[in-house]
Design a protein around this ligand. Structure first.
Ligand code: GAP
Length: 488
């Protein structure tokens, strides 16, 4: 069995303890390794073999995930028939379900079960003054260098050396490149009409702060949450859906008493880490990264990223920031509106803000990485997406054992029609049952139901579990209850 963790990688290779077989093994598992001659490899220690094997394995893994996503309808390159468009991805029939499940789980756990948190849905385009007050027109920039020969553009902070990494050409001096997409409101493309697609959703929350406070009259601490599209004209892309130019953000602005901000920051760090553990991401693939003081964003007193071990290395999954009273104060100053909060004693103050913020696509990629498994048996390889059932796009697949037996099809259809009112259910009557199971395993469907001839007699069906592959007979009238418990 191969899965994505380093421990399993090490087990996998160390099980074949005889080191002289290592090269053969590698060629079998990672054909691209053929480029290393046996004579060179035989001198390598186990550690370097494992490291290289791991890198090769991870490169292989991302390719497999990309291919699975395309083949099974999770993710398509946007505008593909016209050659695509860098940094934009479309989510297919399964991808949209996956993203919706991530978003609704976040909404349920971050908003609905919390008495002190409410939601908001603000516009994507705001009055451009919002971005002046927030500091984005001035500071939402990346350092850019362009190659004078091939005109490729690079982030200066990611370049090693003074030459173009693509063609070796000379590079321009560093200039600051603003990542906000510009657009124009109305028919005249004049500076006065210039607006921006939002690069983060939270500013919609800050500019609605007084509206929400007036309507719900909360006590501190309280939160306002929002899910919505964000746009960033990123200079460097790559790594599939990890860094996009259009993506979906889930942000909570949690308003607290100044002086209590550090306590609440620690609270949200723990909460958010546990959120990922509850989703089934293993602890060893998650870690905190504390931003050094001198590298903090212009609004932040402290920022900690939750990083995930993606196939291309550790990278930011979610950011948790202490934004202090920066945003409310600046919007108050800029708009002339009093955005202070009046507490129980009648005292007016600017609350501090703790902000957990994450992109839906990054969570999707982490879950696909975490869940991807290949299990080799004698005949073939079973690909399994071991997604948490809460997040799996399809919950149950229903099969009639034989598609040409009307009695089986009729009974299976009755079950399908009944269950589809409660869960996202798939129907499949193509090929043999083994193939149908494998096809559902690959997209992460936790349960499959087969209606066979016995069903017509005993009113029971076979329910097969994706992870254990165990099968059990369940009475048709108990199916809903069974799945409700298993999928809770
Ligand atoms: N309001 C705070 C904020 O925007 P950020 O660290 O720039 O902070 C928050 O972004 C989260 O949004 C990141 O942790 C990441 O999950 C996601 N994100 C940021 N840029 C992204 C991009 N270009 N593509 C996909 N997700 C992105």
């Amino acid at each position: 069995m191969i899965n994505a963790s380093i421990e399993n990688m090490i087990d996998f290779f160390c099980d074949k303890r005889n080191r002289s077989t290592w090269h053969k093994l590698r060629i079998a598992n990672f054909p691209r390794f053929v480029k290393y001659p046996t004579s060179q490899v035989s001198g390598w220690g186990l550690t370097s073999c494992l490291q290289i094997g791991y890198i090769e394995y991870m490169a292989d893994l991302i390719e497999k995930i990309v291919s699975l996503c395309k083949r099974r309808g999770f993710v398509f390159p946007s505008s593909e028939i016209y050659g695509g468009i860098g940094g934009f991805w479309d989510f297919g029939p399964l991808g949209v379900e996956l993203k919706n499940n991530i978003k609704s789980w976040w909404w349920q756990t971050m908003v609905q079960i919390r008495e002190e948190v409410v939601g908001l849905d603000s516009t994507i385009i705001h009055n451009p003054k919002v971005w002046q007050a927030s500091g984005h027109t001035l500071s939402f920039t990346d350092p850019l260098r362009e190659c004078k020969s091939c005109h490729q553009r690079f982030r200066a902070d990611q370049l090693k050396g003074e030459k173009c990494p693509e063609c070796g050409g000379k590079l321009t001096e560093v200039k600051q490149f603003n990542l906000m997409f510009e657009t124009f409101i109305g028919s005249a493309k004049e500076t006065a009409n210039k607006a921006y697609l939002r690069p983060e959703t939270c500013q919609g929350i800050f500019v609605n702060f007084a509206n929400v406070v007036d309507t719900i009259q909360p006590k501190l601490p309280f939160g306002i949450a929002q899910i919505g599209k964000g746009f960033r004209n990123e200079i460097t892309l790559g790594n599939f859906i990890f860094r996009d130019r259009e993506f979906e953000m889930m942000e909570l602005e949690y308003f607290v008493k100044p002086g209590e901000d550090e306590k609440w920051f620690d609270y949200w760090l723990k909460e958010r880490l546990n959120w990922y553990l509850d989703l089934g991401i293993s602890k060893k693939n998650l870690r905190f990264f504390e931003h050094p003081k001198k590298a903090l964003a212009h609004y932040s007193k402290r920022t900690v990223d939750i990083e995930y071990q993606f196939p291309f290395g550790w990278a930011e999954l979610e950011g948790i920031a202490n934004r202090t009273d920066f945003d409310l104060k600046n919007h108050a100053k800029s708009s002339g509106k009093d955005l202070r909060f009046q507490d129980e004693k009648g005292e007016k103050l600017y609350p501090y803000v703790i902000e957990p913020s994450v992109g839906v696509e990054r969570i999707a990629l982490a879950l696909l990485t975490e869940g991807y498994r290949e299990e080799k048996d004698k005949k073939e390889t079973r690909v399994v997406l071991a997604l948490n059932p809460k997040i799996a796009p399809v919950k149950v697949a229903v099969f009639p054992l034989l598609p040409n037996k009307p009695a089986l099809v009729k009974k299976a259809r009755e079950i399908y029609d009944d269950l589809k009112n409660c869960f996202n259910v798939a129907w499949d009557d193509r090929g043999n049952i083994g193939k149908r199971y494998y096809s559902q395993d690959e997209i992460g469907t936790p349960f499959c139901i087969t209606v066979d001839f016995e069903t017509l007699e005993d009113k029971k069906v076979t329910v097969r579990d994706r992870d254990s592959m165990k099968q059990e007979r369940i009475a048709i009238d108990k199916l809903k209850e069974f799945f409700q418990t298993k999928l809770a």
